[in-house]
Design a protein around this ligand. Sequence first.
Ligand SMILES: CCCCCCCC/C=C\CCCC(=O)SCCNC(=O)CCNC(=O)[C@H](O)C(C)(C)COP(=O)(O)OP(=O)(O)OC[C@H]1O[C@@H](n2cnc3c(N)ncnc32)[C@H](O)[C@@H]1OP(=O)(O)O
Ligand SMILES: Cc1cc2nc3c(=O)[nH]c(=O)nc-3n(C[C@H](O)[C@H](O)[C@H](O)COP(=O)(O)OP(=O)(O)OC[C@H]3O[C@@H](n4cnc5c(N)ncnc54)[C@H](O)[C@@H]3O)c2cc1C
Length: 609
Amino acid sequence: MTRKELFKNTLRKSVHAWKLINELPLSDDESLMLRHFMDQPGFLDLHWRMFVPAIKGQGTEEQKQKWLPLANKMQIIGCYAQTELGHGSNVQGLETTATFDPQTDQFILHSPTQTSSKWWPGGLGKVSTHAVIYARLITDGKDHGVHGFIVQLRNMDDHSPLPGITIGDIGVKFGNGAYNSMDNGFLMFDKFCIPRDQMLMRLSKVTREGKYVPSDVPRQLMYGTMVSVRQTIVSNASIAMARAVCIATRYSAVRRQFGSQNGGIETQVIDYKTQQNRLFPLLASAYAFRFVGEWLKWLYTDVTQRLEASDFATLPEAHACTAGLKSMTTSATSDGIEECRKLCGGHGYLWCSGLPELFAVYVPACTYEGDNVVLQLQVARFLMKTVSQLGSGKAPAGTTAYMGRAKHLLQCRSSIRKAEDWLNPAMVLETFEARALRMAVSCANNLSKFENQEQGFSELLADLVEAAIAHCQLIVVSKFIVKLEGEIKGKGVKNQLKNLCYIYALHLIHKHLGDFLSTNSITSEQASLANHQLRSLYTQVRPNAVALVDAFDYTDHYLGSVLGRYDGNVYPKLFEEALKDPLNDTVVPDGYHEYIRPLIKQHLRSARL
Ligand SMILES: CCCCCCCC/C=C\CCCC(=O)SCCNC(=O)CCNC(=O)[C@H](O)C(C)(C)COP(=O)(O)OP(=O)(O)OC[C@H]1O[C@@H](n2cnc3c(N)ncnc32)[C@H](O)[C@@H]1OP(=O)(O)O
Ligand SMILES: Cc1cc2nc3c(=O)[nH]c(=O)nc-3n(C[C@H](O)[C@H](O)[C@H](O)COP(=O)(O)OP(=O)(O)OC[C@H]3O[C@@H](n4cnc5c(N)ncnc54)[C@H](O)[C@@H]3O)c2cc1C
């Protein structure tokens, strides 16, 4: 499809999905699943996952009563317009202004520079009638920082931009289809006025007289919509990873190369240890991210309930966990999808393998909802704060509770003696805890050598990110172990999940061996025992690998992959797909008479001479 066709087709699908949601009717959770099976980025994502939650989280009761019924019935369509051309990560650096005019009781929205143009918001370019706009609030010449405003963008009769608004699509993005179904947009305000009651005023207010009344709750609640979406992105990472792994695993069982003895059949590539060493940790990750995603959903629900009761104690941890796990799981999934493409050899590069499109549509998850490095630095800040409070009498809680055992974890030596010890959950956990804590403490010690903490933080950014990743990996491993300790239905399922859990943990040890050795969390002998155990786990997973991806229950239609077909009938279907290509519509291609023939004839002439 051309971009215009793709965009229009996505509108068609979105509206059809909305019709089904109402007719069937579907619950909120089911509606999200329908969006998932629609399988194309579109304006509904931003309307439901960001615009509506932003109003719910930051609007007053009155504002919610006014706007939510309209949004819930989709009589208005909204997006989340925070990022600007010049600033995305640095939200406090946004430039759009919302200046209160006491004469008219209005805010004047203005884009003072080119870099202040809103740039990227999904659904903004062509669809949304409204947006939650983030802009600097100015009253009486004073800048109060960034706040949210509900703004109508387009005329409700003919969809034209309202006077004072310049709006459009930012252009083609990575890949052919992929994220191009979405109208990521730009927007500039030229002294555009909105009524005062369209500032989202649950957190702070501007009175009729123009007095700014700051909030008595943490200002970070303004970032609540991002926390909510980051949480869902973690579960989505599992879905995307599982999809790629399903394709690569099924195809690896079908594909044969080398190893034929006396004209017999060749070896299935899934039987090569190198293939297993690349594939099975990704299979394990798909399961691991699912379990950590379930836990994160619980954590998010818990913090939301606490916030409603004005208990802000767990907000920093919820922020650190959602930011860090969003970052870690999306980076691993993007890399994992690309690895699955390579695991499928040359055919993985064909569009009909389903992998190029999956990669192209998935990879911006490393950037949107917070650049992955910037987010790990938030985790690092949280860890440095926690380390600095050790010994102050305030016991670390939640995912940092292990830091409370710092005295032991800083000096303990791993008691792994034989390969099977690596299947002991307590020993594995202690290894990850020791590594994470020692990395964090080492950063804190290095930081303390700087007179200026901010300068020290800047100098140590790379180490800090690694410490944050170590902490996040510990969370994922520990939640997988917790899952195994709970009730698991199905004969033999627990054993399979156990294998995957230890593959997940041990492959991380192998991958980050430098960390584990340099922190003395393990010795090189223990590392080689871990590798030995890992190989043994691969052998145990091998006979069940296809069943473990079938368990994701993805239909062929959803997978959209000739290589990942359930029936394994890959080769005839590759031919069928090839023959569908428009280039094969004619035997002699367009351009033959114009370019190929004259070229060949010229050679023939010179040959005769
Ligand atoms: C089927 C598929 C469906 C997929 C579903 C997805 C659908 C949507 C898809 C795509 C949509 C994409 C939408 C977007 O991208 S919207 C824009 C997202 N933008 C960002 O994420 C920006 C990232 N930047 C930030 O979040 C912040 O600016 C920051 C990096 C966190 C820094 O903020 P700030 O400068 O204010 O903060 P400080 O570093 O000074 O920290 C101050 C203290 O605040 C704490 N903090 C920061 N953020 C939060 C938060 N969210 N919640 C709670 N607390 C927070 C921080 O830790 C500091 O605390 P301290 O105690 O140290 O003072
Ligand atoms: C597909 C897609 C959809 C999007 N949808 C929306 C939307 O609906 N609404 C919306 O408002 N926005 C949206 N965005 C914007 C998105 O949220 C931002 O692009 C994102 O937050 C990253 O910000 P940035 O582009 O400013 O990156 P930058 O911050 O400019 O990052 C550039 C590089 O600088 C590094 N860097 C930046 N700051 C630091 C630091 N402090 N320390 C170390 N390194 C640093 C980063 O790691 C990165 O390598 C979308 C983006 C994409 C790609």
